[in-house]
Write a protein that binds this ligand. Sequence first.
Ligand code: PLP
Length: 399
Amino acid sequence: MIKVNENFCRLAPNYLFSEVARKIQTFQKANPEAHVIKMSIGDVTRPLCPSAVEALHRAADDQGHPDTFHGYGPEQGYAFLAEKICQFDYAPRGISVQPDEIFISDGAKSDLGNIGDIFSPDCVAAITDPVYPVYVDTNVMAGRRVVFLPCNEANDFVPELPSEPVDLIYLCYPNNPTGTTLTRAQLKVWVDYALASGAVILFDSAYECFITEADIPHSIYEIPGAERCAIEFRSFSKTAGFTGMRCGYTVVPHALKGVDSLGHEVDLNNLWRRRQTTKFNGASYPIQRAAEAIFTPSGRIQIRESVDYYLRNAAILRQGVTAAGLSCRGGVNAPYVWVKTPDGITSWEFFDRLLAQTHVACTPGVGFGSCGEGYVRLTAFNTLAATEMAMDRISKFKI
Ligand code: PLP
């Protein structure tokens, strides 16, 4: 029989969302009259903005005419979109990113999962706990050693520098699942550490558009020197409701270098370009046209409305949780509210009691890592009406 990649056998079972779904289903079966509100989902609920929809229609028409038909596109994305990203996502923050440092893809998840291809399997990965599971699982698949960086009340959810040498550092801010952020000064600690140690930071800023406070960096490249030690991942999923469209991008600066076993300097931008041109054929033309449309004046207003809608939901959730006497984080610069369970109750116990008493479903924090035990995540990705109803029920919740 064929030998398998045994690293896959070392993956921890990922039953979080299936178990949440199973428990909701069982509860609903036993209580058919109950109206369950799912505050557990991490997917957007508002439709695409009109500007993106119009661009999609126009692109579909382009594909139907010989003069405007597009076949295979550039693997790293069309220049029309890369230029807009530089112009609107970076230049206004004083960051100089060139179009050939941008790699457009079918979403941040793929890039975060694939980026490991350009690093040695010997690299040690430092990953915060709790965490978006993709970073851990893809490093386990590659056979890499993972060092966890606990984020908890003791360190105010700001990870401490690793106590042993590491090569890859995954940082996600605003954070999923905790909704917490790093200030400029806190992120600078990591950039300085990476520059001094030769580590590379993989900075996931998929939730950047939810930042409302002035001192929170939107991009790691706001920190001096980050172009020499960091790769940034961005997504149109939460920014523009593209979860079902699939589009994101990764910035690999030319200034970022690695080294081969002979000590020769290697340009990481070139390596990633080689990886993408070999294994990826680009995001589709209509999707990139739709993404481009969010940078038009009307598109920018429309996507801002959606983000503000979710932020309003997040504020409502915080209000409800606080009224119930529970403490929480997040929800100010992020669509997630991270709620501490009272009296040492486990995440799953809290989930069960909240569902039974209020018919509101949350996501048990322990599913994001052992440091998530004793917390649950609530999401702002729901309608205002459902959020208000959930808040009303949660505010009367008696543990
Ligand atoms: N990064 C984080 C932290 C996420 O929470 C998600 C999706 O939930 C992603 C990346 C994936 O983004 P995309 O939809 O662009 O693949």
